[in-house]
Design a protein around this ligand. Structure first.
Ligand code: ADP
Length: 192
């Protein structure tokens, strides 16, 4: 199973209640949503899966690797799009992808860059500076960045929060497409 979460509890230090309370779930290939109001614990669960924080108790595996014991095995097989991110406004989309690909250890990622630009539908805008991008286009850039190493698991935190209704529909379609051959786990507080 791509994602297996077993009885995870998380209490942040100093907190009086659990951010996550005995959560268990599994995700196969396809698109899966974590739906809940702000404060429900969606980001906490995503960050545990992305090996950025550890649970207080319980365990989780991605493609059989333990988030607690084998984080270095997990990072190459996931793409993670956090709720908030920083783009360098004076770089073009293509330059940004090259920079991020290089930082994540890809050697000469030219072919991968062209592939992800195509995948997320950014071909027309790839040589424009990021400061001129709309919210929806920026989301495409960060998704493209998370796809550069072609991970089988994609974690996307609140992807449609800042998007207008038309962009939301386009974005949903993109995620369904990506979920055809990989696991896409997205969090949202928007029921539709
Ligand atoms: P969601 O993503 O569903 O909005 P979060 O995972 O961000 O929920 O938050 C779940 C709970 O954990 C909230 O009560 C929040 O205040 C708390 N929380 C989140 N991050 C921290 C942190 N770093 N330290 C302490 N409490 C936190």
């Amino acid at each position: 199973m791509p994602i297996l979460i077993n009885n995870i509890t998380k209490r942040y230090s100093g907190a009086h209640t659990n951010a996550l309370n005995h959560v268990s779930l599994s995700c196969d290939v396809g698109v899966f949503g974590l739906l809940g109001p702000n404060g429900a614990g969606k980001t906490t669960l995503m960050r545990i899966l992305a090996t950025l924080i550890t649970p207080t108790s319980g365990s989780a595996t991605i493609q059989g690797f333990s988030v607690l014991e084998q984080p270095q095995k997990i990072r190459p097989i996931i793409g993670y799009v956090p709720q908030e991110y920083t783009l360098y406004p004076s770089l073009t989309a293509r330059e940004f992808l090259h920079y991020m690909g290089t930082l994540s250890g890809l050697q000469k990622p030219y072919a991968q860059i062209e592939q992800v630009i195509d995948q997320v539908g950014l071909a027309q805008a790839a040589n424009q500076r990021l400061k001129s991008f709309s919210g929806g286009m920026k989301q495409r850039v960060v998704i493209a960045q998370a796809l550069l190493h072609n991970p089988p698991v994609l974690l996307v935190d609140e992807p449609t929060a800042g998007l207008d209704p038309a962009e939301r529909v386009r974005f949903r379609n993109l995620l369904s497409e990506l979920g055809r051959e990989r696991t896409v786990l997205l969090s949202t507080h928007i029921v539709e």
